[in-house]
Ligand binder design. Structure first.
Ligand code: 13P
Ligand code: SF4
Length: 305
């Protein structure tokens, strides 16, 4: 079967069965082309809450499928490839954070959406990279424990000097591996290009950038900018999507190592198998986890509106 034939089969199956396919922007082009919606973590969680479809398939990583289930517990939710997890989401567990909370009882606990549903049950509010500054600025508490990404946490803290942030040592192994040497090499190769990076990069890399923002923020900046060349400092699918979308501009990757193997785990055949009922994993969460984790996500949606 060719890629086109498989895409056609996927389109027919999802239309026939009334299934909504969501794809994070880090997914490959062949997947975003057949998705009903693709976007960043925040946009996907909003779409998950809005869709009328009774079944949703997430092409992304596990915490994203869990977010869909938390927001729509009555829907049947599948993760297209069950092996796709986010290593950052596994870095801190509920017990660890309960221990830290006991030490710092007057801190509001803000978790990045890249966390497990279980960990969200003990947090006050969650954020995505696109709404983190707004949400943190609107939290009444001055003291904020921001977990698990210390790079995103520092990026937010720098913009909110009126707040007192406590950060722990966590982060994205893919983005955090990018160094100033990568920046220097990319700028040397493309001296006229603007550098756009994700806030999961280390502060030194973010400081060297012309723009720091979420995946959708980066895509929007590139769309609106009059510049013709861009170095993209986030998962390399974004540079590829941008090149398809804006063929008159040039997009370069900041490093060939900016590849998230978990985001890349899902293939078009995985999506087809899931639609055919012979692949994917149905996400199930117990009622108590659903209820408590939902408070944390609802609070994000309320504070970011
Ligand atoms: P966004 O919140 O920008 O979609 O990023 C998700 C993610 O996993 C980044 O590595
Ligand atoms: Fe997780 Fe990093 Fe992959 Fe995003 S890019 S899913 S934070 S490992």
């Amino acid at each position: 079967m060719t890629v086109n034939e498989m895409q056609e089969r996927i389109r027919k199956l999802k239309a026939g069965k009334g299934i909504c396919v969501l794809a994070h922007s880090y997914q490959g082009r062949e997947i975003t082309e057949v998705a009903d919606y693709s976007g960043d973590s925040y946009q996907l969680s909003v779409m998950a809450a809005k869709t009328n479809a009774k079944t949703v398939i997430m092409c992304g990583v596990r915490f994203m499928a869990e977010t869909v289930k938390i927001l729509s517990p009555d829907k049947t939710v599948y993760l297209a490839n069950p092996t796709a997890g986010c290593p950052m989401a596994e870095q801190m567990d509920k017990e660890l954070i309960e221990g830290v909370k006991n030490q710092f009882p007057d801190y509001a606990v803000v978790c990045y959406i890249n966390t497990t549903a279980e960990l969200k049950t003990v947090c006050d509010v969650c954020v995505t990279s696109s709404c983190a500054v707004k949400v943190c600025s609107r939290i009444p508490n001055k003291n904020i424990l921001f977990i698990p990404d210390c790079n995103l946490g520092k990026f937010v803290a720098d913009q909110l000097p009126e707040k007192n942030f406590k950060l722990l040592q966590g982060g994205c192994p893919v983005h955090a591996a990018i160094t100033l040497r990568d920046v220097e090499a990319a700028k040397k190769a493309h001296p006229n290009a603007l550098l756009l990076v994700h806030p999961e990069c280390v502060p030194a890399v973010a400081a060297a950038a012309d723009y720091v923002g979420s995946t959708s923020g980066i895509m929007e900046y590139a769309r609106k900018s009059d510049a013709r060349e861009f170095i993209i400092g986030t998962e390399n699918s974004i540079a590829e999507h941008l090149q398809y979308d804006y063929p008159n501009k040039r997009f370069y990757t900041l490093s060939k190592n900016l590849i998230c193997e978990n985001m890349k785990a899902t293939t078009l055949p995985d999506l087809l198998a899931c639609l055919e009922g012979v692949g994917g994993e149905e996400i199930t969460l117990d009622p108590d986890t659903l209820k408590k984790a939902r408070r944390c996500i609802d609070e994000m949606i309320r504070l970011s509106e």
